[in-house]
Design a protein around this ligand. Structure first.
Ligand code: TYM
Length: 322
């Protein structure tokens, strides 16, 4: 089965990125899997060039540190495969302004930016191009990408209806728990790279003392009743989901084993550190040899270009380009 997913090089990865997406990628890497660093998407953030370069290197190291193996799956940088930008244009001539302006991520981000650029609006079309170029059947992503996946399906179906069967219509897949990890200080909003709160965001490569501190200070509630209940107890339920995603139990099973929040928190911090500390070590080693990371990316781009090129040419021909 073909799989594609990507992450923006917009800063260090947090627990939401890891549990919601990256860990699922590692599990699926034995399929025909393509994983990219979507640097073109990060241009919508008005990011400084040197920061974008450093973040791209960092994200390649993060992928490998998390357990993606370049001998098994294809790891590449989006801008190294020019078909993404090319198919983007073809799909912009299929997508409508109306459907793009209804995207929740666009509405939220455009409210926060004055004089936002066109790329912020057309971002999901580029994402559709990423996915459709690799004939992806499944796209492992967190819950916040559902709407973008639906749009990708709509665009693919519309294209196929108008120009004949060209694209595989993909489905988004979310993990059963931790598909939406919430901020530890404000469990009403998701843990986020762009709106990071210093104590509310646990980074994948945080030092163990910081992980302990952030989990210990996570906001819960005052009635002290151990129960998995997102409506009444969002802070606690968030911790239970994170725990459950690491231990393989259900959140209810985890809740049943504890009576005090403090104990749950210290065990959760220990579990996180046990899992993340070896990844952090590997990440630091990988970052010490950036040339090796770009060798991996170059091989990945060569391989990705073969499939992406053939799908692009199929789409271009279907539309009447000669
Ligand atoms: P990005 O870079 O914001 O996030 C990368 C992945 O992490 C997931 N994620 C979360 N999962 C659970 N809880 C959270 N708090 C949390 N925050 C982020 C995201 O769902 C995502 O899977 N548009 C995409 C990047 C993209 C892409 C693609 C993804 C571009 N092209 C093609 C898949 C396929 C994005 O901004 O993800």
């Amino acid at each position: 089965m073909k799989i594609l997913s990507g992450m923006q090089p917009s800063g260090p990865l947090h627990l939401g990125n890891y549990l919601g997406a990256l860990r699922q990628w590692v599990r699926a890497q034995n399929e025909d899997a393509y994983y990219c660093v979507v640097d073109l998407h990060a241009l919508t953030l008005q990011i400084a060039p040197e920061e974008l370069r450093a973040n791209t290197t960092d994200l390649l190291a993060s992928y490998l540190a998390a357990g993606l193996d370049p001998e098994v799956c294809t790891i590449f940088v989006q801008s190294h495969v020019s078909y993404h930008a090319q198919l983007n244009w073809l799909l912009e001539c299929v997508a409508t302004y109306g459907e793009l302006s209804r995207m929740v991520a666009f509405k939220e981000k455009s409210e926060r930016q004055e004089g936002y650029r066109v790329g912020l609006l057309t971002y999901p079309v580029l994402m559709a191009a990423d996915i459709l170029l690799y004939e992806s059947e499944e796209v492992p992503v967190g819950d916040d990408q559902r709407q973008h996946l639906e749009l990708t399906r709509d665009i693919a179906e519309r294209f196929n209806n108008r120009f004949g069967p060209t694209f595989q219509v993909p489905v988004g897949v979310q993990p059963p728990v931790a598909a939406r990890v919430m901020d530890l200080q404000d469990p009403s909003r998701k843990m986020s790279k762009s709106l990071a709160s210093p104590l509310g965001t646990v980074y994948m490569f945080d030092a163990p003392v910081d992980i302990e501190k952030k989990i210990a200070k996570a906001v819960t509630d005052t009635d002290g009743e151990m129960r998995f209940d997102w409506d009444q107890k969002p802070g606690l339920s968030n911790l239970l989901e994170i725990y459950s995603s690491l231990s393989g139990e259900t959140p209810e099973e985890v809740a049943a084993r504890y009576s005090r929040y403090g104990e749950l928190k210290s065990d959760l911090a220990a579990l996180l550190i046990a899992i993340l500390a070896p990844l952090r070590e590997r990440y630091e080693e990988l970052l010490a040899s950036p040339d090796d990371l770009y060798k991996v990316a170059a091989r990945g781009a060569d391989k990705a270009s073969v499939l992406a090129g053939s799908v692009y040419r199929r789409a271009a021909a279907a539309m009447g380009l000669t």
